[in-house]
Design a protein around this ligand. Structure first.
Ligand code: ATP
Ligand code: MG
Length: 139
């Protein structure tokens, strides 16, 4: 099934000069980019984005981190792209992520884990519309 997913290169990765590294891996794995821009979220915007995690103990720290610097947001499109991109990212905790995944190779912390990816079609739709209108996504 053709899907779309929201990808974020998180502030830790932008700060460390890993934008190109992440994009190279997306392209090498046939994950097609159909929208892309840089954003610098404020705290309220990061809280809105991660609203599903409001009750989690790491919510405060996570939203502070996500609003600590610029991030790159992208829409990826393709067959089963949600799962394929999550596979390329690796597990949330980089210590448990498979060999060769982005988080395994570049994450430094369970929170500062380089990339974000939507986890289901419904969350992808919410997350894409959080950052992009229809004119910003190429067909
Ligand atoms: P993401 O949603 O960013 O793609 P994910 O779906 O793998 O990551 P979630 O459970 O949705 O993981 O958590 C969202 C983010 O919150 C994680 O990517 C990480 O930055 C942070 N996080 C998750 N669990 C923890 C934790 N136990 N301690 C600190 N930060 C955490
Ligand atoms: Mg998630």
């Amino acid at each position: 099934m053709k899907e779309r997913t929201l990808a974020i290169i998180k502030p830790d990765a932008v700060e460390r000069g890993l934008i190109g590294e992440v994009i190279k891996r997306l392209e090498a794995n046939d994950l097609k980019i159909v929208a892309m821009k840089m954003v610098y979220m404020n705290k309220a915007q990061a809280e809105g984005f991660y609203a599903v995690h409001t009750e989690r103990p790491f919510f405060e720290s996570l939203t502070t981190f996500m609003s600590s610097g610029p991030a790159v947001v992208m829409v990826l499109e393709g067959e089963n792209v949600i799962g394929r991109y999550r596979e390329l990212m690796g597990a949330t905790n980089y210590k448990e992520a498979a060999e060769g995944t982005i988080r395994r190779e570049f994450a430094t912390d369970i929170e500062k884990n380089v990339v974000h990816g939507s986890d289901a079609p419904e969350t992808a739709a919410f997350e894409i519309s959080y950052f992009f209108n229809s004119f910003e996504i190429v067909d």
